[in-house]
Write a new protein. Structure first.
Lengths: 337, 337, 337
C-alpha cells in the first residue's frame, strides 16, 4: 500500500526528453516525455485499447502515438485519434498524472490530479541553487523505500557500513534529538571532536571535527541531510578550523513494495569551483551509496525469508520509528478517506 | 484454464525424431518422439514412478525407457518393463496423448483421446501444398496465446508496429466485416488503393495496391490469413498490375496462461521458384514477427502489473471480441460438461 | 515443514573460518564462523535490530559485529555492544544455534538448543578415519532433500542414470531386503555375478562381481551406503578375486522445500595410498553425482508443474516409502508436541 496524494520523483530532468521514458512507480506503469515546449508529461503507460505500453510508441507533437495500433493520446491522456475509427468515445483515454519539473527532478503526483498543488513539491532547490555546487545520481534498489528511510534517519551506520570512506570510527557518541512535527520527523545529530573520516582527510581536513547533521524526513519518501562540519583549530588538533557545509538530498520512489528508485543529490558550499573536489566527491559518493545498496538489497532478502521476523528498535531509531508511525497514520487516513 | 478436447500444434515435423523432445503444453509436460516407422508419439513427460521427465530417457524400438530407473513405456504409455520387478501392474502407465502429423506440424490432442478425430485437425495444408511455396517458423512468446489471437485478428497494427516493413502508412481506412460462424470468427479486411509497403517495394511493387485479407480464427488458437494483393496498373499509379496471393498460417499453442509457442507458416503462389524472394521473405518475416514478439511480451508485463485493468474495444476489435466470447463460451461448456 | 530437533550439516569444515559464512538452512538464515580457539559458531544471520545479515559484518575476537550499525553479538548470540547506546536490553540478541564440528563437517542443531546432544550427531567418521582414504564434495541441488533420499535408497537407478560409469547393465536382479528400525530404514541390496561397471574396469576389475550394498537412512536427511565388491576369481570369469570396500556418506540439508545442499563423502579401504586412484575416483564421482543433480533438478521442475501428480511405488521403493513414512510420523509428532 502506498500513499497516493503525494509528489514522487519520477526521473532526473535529463532522463525525460522527446523519447518516451518508462517507469514503474508505486506499482503503476508511467510513461514520461516532454511536449514541444519542454513541459513534462506523465501518462499511464498502458494503452486503454489493448494494454500495450505507450512508451514503445512515438511522439507526434505534444501527443504520443501507441506503437501497436496507432492510437494517439494528447498530453492530457485524451485519445485524439483512432486510426480506423472516426468516433472517439470520451472514455478513450489513459490516465494523466499531474507532473512538474522542479529542482532538477521530474515529479509525478500519483493520486487525484485535482489535488496536485505544485507548491507542495518538496524543496530540493539545492540541486540547482546558484550558490551551491551539486551533482546528482540514481540507484535502483532491490529493497523497500522505507529501508532507505531507516538508513538515512539513523546515521549511526556511518562508522560501520561506511568505515572506509565517509564514516568516522569515533562517531559513536553523538547528541541526538528528535522532533516529531506536523508532517515531518527531524533528527539532529551532533558529534563533537570526532576523528575526521578518510573522506575528510582526502579533502584536506586532518584534525578532529565537530559535525552537526540535521536529518528531515517528509512523507512519503523524502529526506534532507544538512551537514555542518567544523575542523578543530590549533596545534592540539592539528587542524586549521575549516568549515564545510553539505546537503544530501534524497528521495526514494517506491517501484514495488520491495524495491525503489533512489534519487539523490549532493550539494556543497565549499571548494565550489574545484573540479577535482567535485570528481573526488562524485566517486566517493558512488562508493558509499553502493555500500548502502548492497546492504539494503541483502537486508530485503533476509526480510523476504520471514517478513514477520521482529525488529528491535534502539534509542537511535527514534527518528525511524516516528517516521514509520507517521507513514502508518497517513496510510490509515488514506484508507479511511 | 484451457480448452482440452482440441488439437494443438506441438512441434514442426522436423523437431520430432528419434530423440525425445520435451514440450510444456497447456501447463502439462509432454514428450514427443517417433516410432521406428515414423509415427509420432506424445506421452506424458513424467514417469509414473518418481515423476522424472521421460525426455531424459532413450528410445528402444517404439518404446521409451526412463533415464532414471529404467522403466519402459510403449507408444501407448503402457509400462512394459520394470527392471527389478516382474509384476507390472496395469496402473503402471503414463498418459498417452493422441497425436498426428499433418501439414508439416505434429499435433497433440490434449483431452480425451477417445474423441481425437484426425479429421478435426485444422487445415494448414498450405504448409506443404505442391502448388504453393512456403516456409515455417517458431517463436517462443512470453505472452498469452490470446494476445496473439487479438494481434492477428486486428491487422490495424500493421501501419504502426510494422511500419518499416509489411505495413502501409495509408492502410487505415479498410472495409471491415466480421462473420461469427459456428466454431469460427472471420474478419474480412479490404484496403483499396493504399500505398505499397517497403516489403512490397522490395518485391517489385511500386504502385498503390488493393489488399484483401481474410482472417479466420478457429478455437483454440488457430488463425489463417489469406492475403490477395493487386497492384494498380497504369501510368497514374506507376504500377503494372501484379498480383500476389499469400496465406499466413498461425497456431499459438499455450505453454502457460501467460506464454505460448507460436508456430507459423508463410505460403505464396508467386515467384515460386525464386530463392532470392524466399530468402528476402524469410528475413522480413523474422523481423516483422519479432516486432510482434517484443510488443506482446511487453504487453504481457503491463498486464501482469494489474491483470484487472480494463480493455477498451474499438470497432476493429469486433473480431477479437467475438473470438474471446467464443472461447469463453467453449470454456464454460467444458467446465459444465 | 522441516524436522527441527536434529543435527544438520551446515558446511564442510574448511568452509567455516574467520570470515563469516552465510547459509540458508530449513529456510532460516544462519551465519557460521569460528571463535579464536577454532570452535564453530552458528548464529541467526539476521541482526535483531534492522534484520541486516550478520554475515556482511566482521569478527571481533569471538564475537561478530554487524556491518550495518555495528551491534556486536557474542558467540552465544547475546548483544554485547550497541555503539550509541549504553543500555543493552536482555532481549537484544540473535538466536544461537547449537553447533559442532565432527567428522569433517560442521553441524547445526536447528531446534531447541537445550536438546542439542552432540552424541546424537550421526556417525560419519569415515570422512576422517585414519584407516580409510576419503574425499568429500558439495552439490547445490535445485530439488528437495527427500528426492535425494529416494535416489539413494533405490539404487536400481545405477544401470540407467549412471550407465556410463558406476552402473552395471546386468544389475537388475538383486536380492533386496528392507529393515524398518527404530529411527532408521535400512535397505540391503545384493547383486551376484553382475557385469563389472566401466568404473570398476578402469580400476582393474574385469570379471563379474558380486556387490553387497547396505543403505541406511536416518532422519532427517542422512544416508550411508556401504558397498562391498568382490570380483569373481578364476579363468571362467577372467577376474582375480579382488575385494573393494567403499562407504558413501550422504547428507542432504534442506535449503527450502524444493532445494537442498548435498554434502557427500567417499571413503575406501583399497588402493589407499594411490593418488591416481583417488583422482580417478574424484573425477568419476563428480560426473556421476552431476548426473544425479541434473535428474533431480529436472524431476523437481516436473513436480512443480503439478505437485499433486501421483507417484507409483515399485517393489524397490519399499525403503523410500518407509523413509517417507518415518519422516511423516516424526513431522506429525513434532507438530503435535
Amino acid at each position: 500500500m502506498f500513499l497516493q496524494n503525494y509528489w514522487y520523483v519520477a526521473a532526473e530532468s535529463f532522463e525525460v526528453n522527446r523519447q518516451p521514458t518508462p517507469r514503474i512507480i508505486l506499482g503503476e506503469p508511467v510513461v514520461l516525455y516532454r511536449t514541444q515546449d519542454g513541459t513534462t508529461v506523465a501518462l499511464e503507460d498502458r494503452c486503454c485499447h489493448q494494454r500495450a505500453p505507450l512508451h514503445r510508441g512515438k511522439l507526434e507533437g505534444d501527443a504520443i502515438r501507441c506503437g501497436y495500433h496507432g492510437l494517439v493520446f494528447d498530453q492530457h491522456g485524451v485519445c485524439t485519434e483512432i486510426p480506423e475509427q472516426e468516433r472517439i468515445p470520451s472514455s478513450a483515454r489513459v490516465r494523466a498524472y499531474a507532473s512538474a519539473e522542479k529542482h532538477g527532478w521530474v515529479w509525478v503526483w500519483m493520486g487525484d490530479s485535482a489535488l496536485a498543488d505544485e507548491s507542495l513539491i518538496p524543496d530540493f532547490h539545492l540541486n540547482i541553487d546558484a550558490e551551491w555546487t551539486s551533482f546528482q545520481g540514481i540507484i535502483e534498489m532491490d529493497g523497500a523505500s522505507m529501508l532507505m528511510v531507516d538508513n538515512l534517519l539513523d546515521l549511526s551506520h556511518l562508522p560501520f557500513l561506511h568505515a572506509a570512506n565517509i564514516g568516522s570510527a569515533t562517531d559513536t557518541d553523538p547528541d541526538l534529538s528528535v522532533e516529531k512535527g506536523e508532517g515531518f520527523v527531524r533528527v539532529t545529530r551532533i558529534a563533537r571532536g570526532i576523528k575526521s573520516s578518510k573522506w575528510q582527510n582526502d579533502l584536506g581536513i586532518q584534525g578532529n571535527v565537530t559535525q552537526e547533521k540535521v536529518i528531515t524526513f517528509r512523507p512519503p519518501c523524502h529526506i534532507w541531510i544538512a551537514i555542518d562540519t567544523t575542523e578543530e583549530a590549533g596545534p592540539e588538533s592539528g587542524g586549521n578550523g575549516q568549515m564545510m557545509r553539505q546537503m544530501i538530498l534524497n528521495s526514494m520512489t517506491p517501484v514495488s513494495e520491495t524495491s525503489c528508485r533512489y534519487h539523490w543529490g549532493f550539494a556543497r558550499d565549499f571548494s565550489r569551483g574545484n573540479a577535482g573536489v567535485t570528481k573526488y566527491m562524485k566517486d566517493a559518493t558512488d562508493i558509499a551509496f553502493n555500500e548502502d545498496k548492497e546492504m539494503i538489497d541483502a537486508q530485503q532478502k533476509i526480510i523476504d525469508l520471514d517478513p514477520a521476523a521482529p525488529i528491535f528498535n534502539l534509542d537511535g531509531d527514534e527518528g525511524g520509528v516516528a517516521a514509520r508511525r507517521l507513514m502508518a497514520r497517513l496510510l490509515a487516513e488514506q484508507a479511511g478517506a
